[in-house]
Design a protein around this ligand. Structure first.
Ligand code: PLP
Length: 425
């Protein structure tokens, strides 16, 4: 379990530590709940992507970090230094990427309901490419590029009609989806774009879902993309770039067996080799698999209770505000208790502090019975925890600490009560 779930530098040496730093000390220094990010894991994951494509794909490739997974300036800067590009899904994410100092050409922008203001912002910034989702978006881009007499590069998002076995809320490749266009409409849109002076068609984009364990779904996607590539080539339309999206799964519990990044690169490269060759720039857009395992969350145990014959509850000082995924779609997590209590193992439910019965972080967790004030760590919280923060119950957002070369550094300050009033009149 440890190799799959723990950050690279998490270890036991007299006590639980991350890169030599005591978890207990971190909790005491910065307060809880606290998000902790291990830089070594971020870099390890980024290098796995880069080295794997380098090894198997015989042409240019781009690894774009989907910043929705962890939109933090310092994390973006770390990946930028490693050579990654960035995928944004809103004007806000574009603003964060630019504020981190990312060159606009390294930014791709997807999303199914981009506003005219967001598109204008992207066009003025002259970003790497806008990934067009629908005909209305094309009309908006046409209006804006004509208005400013300026060009923009575009990819088109298609629905590959591939069902993957992941939670239905994070499945996106099936025909009944709000993301992208059916393939026949993609051809129609390309025809229209070809007549445009300022819209520069560069290629195709697809994303089949998130937390995917089955690489054969990506191989099927490569087949679908290859077929369209060939059809367009026969119609004299050149494709320079194709994106296979993100979505590679990670381990949240000991039962999860996610595939290797290298295997994704190998199998997808093989498939393209067999079908159309490596004649285009390949793009992938990982989020979760770059940052998920790098993150842990430290909570303090605030209360314990037993409903005799029914259940034991242990409540922590965070919950659905800092990690909404268990209550949103039943996501499972692993945890570790830091305690001096020598009791034998027992089974209990770890509850959040929020005013919803569904605010449960882990059901039927087994460990020692904690003392009040002990700390509990949840693992694999680097992706879609900080970014999905909700301030329900006027909860302040936890701080984020980066662990780097045996040192801890605050990279996002904990909110204050005053922050809760921001914007209120
Ligand atoms: C188009 C697109 N690409 C990439 C991603 C990143 O997915 P993941 O974090 O599962 O890798 C998403 C996530 O929603 C997405 O919508």
């Amino acid at each position: 379990m440890q190799n799959k779930i723990y950050p690279e530098t998490f270890h036991f040496q007299d006590e639980w530590k991350i890169d030599g730093i005591s978890i207990k000390n971190l909790a005491e220094k910065y307060g809880t709940p606290l998000y902790v990010i291990d830089k070594k894991t971020l870099i390890t994951q980024a290098q796995k992507y880069i080295n794997s494509w380098k090894k198997y794909y015989k042409n240019k490739f781009k690894v774009l970090f989907a910043i929705k997974a962890l939109p933090i300036l310092e994390v973006i800067r770390i990946f930028y230094k490693e050579g990654l590009g960035f995928l944004v899904s809103t004007g806000g994410e574009l603003f964060i990427a630019r504020s981190a100092g990312v060159d606009s050409h390294k930014i791709y922008f997807h999303g199914n309901a981009k506003s005219i203001h967001e598109l204008e912002y992207a066009i003025k910034e002259n970003i790497g490419a806008i990934i067009i989702d629908n005909f209305d978006e094309y009309e908006k881009i046409k209006f804006l590029t004509d208005k400013h007499s300026t060009s923009i590069k575009v990819l088109i998002r298609l629905i590959p009609n591939i069902e993957v076995s992941t939670h239905k809320s994070i499945r996106t490749g099936q025909i009944d989806t709000k993301f992208g266009l059916p393939i026949n409409q993609v051809y129609e849109l390309i025809e229209r774009i070809r007549k445009e002076k300022y819209i520069d068609f560069k290629g195709l984009h697809a994303h089949i879902g998130s937390q995917i364990f089955d690489i054969s779904a990506y191989v099927k996607l490569a087949e679908v993309l290859s077929e369209i590539y060939n059809n367009l080539k026969s119609a004299n339309t050149n494709i320079e770039e194709m994106s296979i999206g993100g979505g590679l799964g990670i381990a949240y519990t000991k039962d999860d067996n996610p595939p290797e990044i290298e295997d994704l690169a190998y199998q997808v490269s093989q498939k393209f080799e067999e079908t159309i060759g490596h004649h285009f720039t390949l793009i992938c857009e990982p989020g979760r698999s770059l940052v998920g395992r790098a993150g842990i969350t430290i909570y303090k145990i605030e209360s314990r209770k037993e409903i005799p014959g029914i259940r034991k509850y242990v409540s922590v000082d965070g919950g659905m505000s800092d990690n909404i995924r268990p209550s949103l779609y039943g996501a499972k997590y692993s945890a570790l208790l830091i305690t001096s209590n020598e009791s034998t193992n027992t089974i209990y439910t770890i509850a959040g502090k929020h005013c919803e019965s569904g605010d449960i972080l882990i059901r039927d967790f087994e460990d020692k019975w904690p003392n009040y004030g002990d700390y509990l760590i949840t693992f694999s919280t680097g992706a879609y925890n900080f970014s999905m923060f909700t301030w329900y119950n006027a909860t302040v957002r936890p701080g984020v600490v980066l662990i780097e070369n045996g040192k801890d550094r605050l990279i996002v300050k904990r909110d204050t009560y005053e922050d809760l009033l921001r914007g209120q009149i």
